[in-house]
Design a protein around this ligand. Sequence first.
Ligand code: SF4
Length: 480
Amino acid sequence: MNKYFINTYGCQMNYSDTERLSAILEQLGYAPAQTENEADFVLFNTCSIRQKAEDRVYGQMRKLVRMKRERPNLLVGITGCMVRESSTINSEEQDKLLKQEPVDLVFKIDDLPKLGGLIKEVQPDFKTPISEGDLESYFHIAPKRESKVQVWVPIQTGCDKFCTYCIVPFARGRETSRPMQKIVDECAAAVESGAAEITLLGQTVDSYGISVQDKLGGRVKIDGEIPNVVFNQGIFKGENMMASSDGARQKETAERPFVTLLKEIDKLKAKGLKRLRYSSPHPQDFCEELIILHKELDTLQPWIHLPVQSGNNKVLKDMRRTYTREHYLNLIKLIKKHVPDCAISTDIIAGFPGETEEEFMESIDLMKEMECDMAFMAQYSPRRGTYSAKHLKDDVPKEEKARRFHMLNDTLTEISRQKYAQFMGQTVEVLVERQDGQRCSGRTPHYKEVFFNSGRDLVGKLVSVKVTKTDNFFLKGELV
Ligand code: SF4
């Protein structure tokens, strides 16, 4: 039997895609390989959020060139964010990637249902047991889950926000939501198979069900007004792409589809669901109604990851982030009002084109004001194919970007140290994710990582741990 091996890079969305990729490969008759050396088909599920991510993929692929010379039948495929054009077939971008040794196959992740046919084009003898018609869409593929206890469930694909530095809308296409019942069914099946924690995934989960595609396709029934989706008017039209300065929408008269979805999934607690999370919302679509759910729904955890990217309004505008610093901080205030102990994390970019020292310092101030528990920080690097790479001068020197990055990191470390210290002596609930001998680790409801020892096999179990030591970014404790 032929074997496959997948190299996955990037965010949870990509790891979730890999679960579907594995499932379809096994339906096509492949078995999983432990290493690339024993694989007949090596796949790269790629990320291109930063140059470093692409460089890692190219570095890894170079290693395969020699392997392919020795084993000409070795098939090498590439999918994910490095595949940027709207079609899998006949695009310039795909042609470029296909010329890259040792690549044989290039396809958009949405085109996964066509994989059997694509392999056949390269290996005419390949007998595909499933035709394209068997799998109407990517979401119809039942994933092969890495973990049965903690599962990821994608609720939408694509993105309509078109932030100037981001390749995702070009790699994944326009935002489209899955029908609600399909998501609830997938969650119910996961809980039935033992899932204790579900994380709903999407590029902007809080706009679930309200994109233009959703309205046109009628995928999710929404009563009330059409939201103010000004960013769907076209690409790169400048000012008219921006929402109003505070990100306000037209008055909505019905419950938001994402709120309804969370309520529906919360009902699965009766069947054994313990924890519900989502990643990531966009500040423009985030709202008080959603925040309040964190105190109303038993399974919804006290952790919100709300990417801000910059604390300065001019930089936010250049990034086309469609909200202001004031709007963002108001959301933080509402979170603290309704869920005072909620952990909050964010994403911040240092050294965006044109960012002055003064403007950067507003990001530092914002981090302090919001008291963020965690931040994922990056130094800006232009990504080919994005608006900023084409139109904005990458004018912050490399050394200055690094200095700003370290300042962000130092600020975060200080805030985080204080946040973690608050857990000293407390007993926290931990969902055990890993165990190596006696050393166990898992996360609390606030998404804090905890290490402790146990002689019992605890992976997948919810346990109580008394915190005996706190660090800048983790907790240590003893099983109670
Ligand atoms: S919201 Fe912006 S950064 Fe996030 S995926 Fe969409 S375009 Fe990219």
